[in-house]
Design a protein around this ligand. Structure first.
Ligand code: NAP
Length: 296
């Protein structure tokens, strides 16, 4: 689907919709970019519990030029949209909705955020072995990138729900990539990490306020050459990333994914390029101030 924008309209309202959305960094991301580019648009948080989502759609259609979608609506929003991009359909999740003259069109820009985050460590090789922690919404977007876009050699999915893992294998099998599933408690986890080139955490373990938690127990060793990508951006350096760095691994925090999914959504909303560096500076300043006020 070719993106169209409403860039000709002077002042428009945007929002993030989720439950809860109180801590979302999206308002700061978009407001910084609007200010930097001299755009008069607004961006707000709208807290919508799941049972009220259907009832609020007509209001969003009438008042918002676009909106981001977060937990728990990324999948359930699809039924209310007039069109959904092929990628979002294939992942089964939408995080960006553009209102095109009353038609609500859904995209998944998390995919762009994941590709940009992995770019520095993936390079051009497909011979990569990944371990993926978690089997929820963002694990689906990561699997889409690993199996259908990068087409790497294998992904070992590690989660506590066997049925969720089975579903992922059903949905993402058939491509070039071999999919293996193991439970979190398995002794095989240590072996899988030892022989992998990238470890990706899509669980919220280690996220604020539980910043001392780590999805892997202390006995698990990180092999030389492993790259570790943690989708969490609050804190910017999770315990998982600190341990990986200490072992000499390349690390990628969730802030780059947040920035790059926002960059793509901003282009869909405004037709303009997000001023990435100044938005990154602003988000890092805000997260650093927050971390300084909640020391470990
Ligand atoms: P989700 O759909 O709720 O999925 C979370 C996954 O983690 C599920 O498989 C869940 O398993 C598992 N999990 C949760 N707690 C666990 C525990 N204690 N032990 C083992 N597994 C556990 O959430 P999501 O939307 O994928 O988001 C996950 C994380 O990614 C969050 O931290 C979010 O902030 C981050 N994220 C970052 C970005 C970014 O731009 N950087 C974008 C999206 C998401 P169960 O189903 O068994 O509970």
């Amino acid at each position: 689907m070719s993106p169209q924008t409403n860039a000709h309209r002077p002042e428009r309202s945007f929002a993030i919709i989720g439950h809860p959305v109180g801590h979302s960094l999206s308002p700061l991301l978009y407001e910084t970019a609007f200010r930097q580019l001299g755009l008069p648009h607004t961006y707000e948080r709208i807290d919508v519990p799941s049972d009220l989502l259907a009832a609020r759609i007509p209001e969003f259609r009438a008042t918002l030029a676009g909106f981001n979608v977060t937990i728990p609506h990324k999948h359930s929003i699809i039924q209310f949209l007039d069109a959904v991009s092929e990628e979002a359909q294939s992942v089964g999740a939408v995080n960006t909705v553009v209102n095109k003259d009353g038609r609500l069109v859904g995209y998944n820009t998390d995919i762009d955020g994941i590709i940009a985050s992995l770019k520095p460590v993936v390079g051009s090789t497909r011979r990569m072995y990944a371990v993926l922690l978690g089997a929820g919404g963002s694990a689906r977007a990561v699997l889409h990138v690993l199996t259908r876009i990068l087409q790497i050699s294998s992904v070992t999915i590690v989660a506590r729900s066997a049925s969720q893992m089975k579903q992922l294998v059903r949905d993402f099998d058939g491509a070039q990539t071999r999919l293996i599933t193991i439970p979190f408690s398995s002794a095989a986890l240590s072996e899988a990490i030892r022989s992998s080139s990238i470890l990706i955490n899509t669980t919220p373990i280690g996220m604020h306020p539980h910043i001392l938690d780590c999805p892997l127990d202390a006995t698990i060793q990180f092999p030389e050459g492993l790259a570790v990508f943690d989708l969490i951006y609050r804190p910017m350096r999770t315990v998982l990333l600190q341990r990986a760095s200490a072992a000499g691994c390349a690390t990628i925090g969730g802030l780059e994914m947040l920035l790059h999914q926002g960059k793509r959504a901003f282009e869909l909303y405004t037709g303009k390029e997000l001023p990435l560096d100044s938005v990154r500076d602003q988000l890092v300043r805000s997260l650093s101030a927050e971390e300084a006020s909640h020391p470990q």
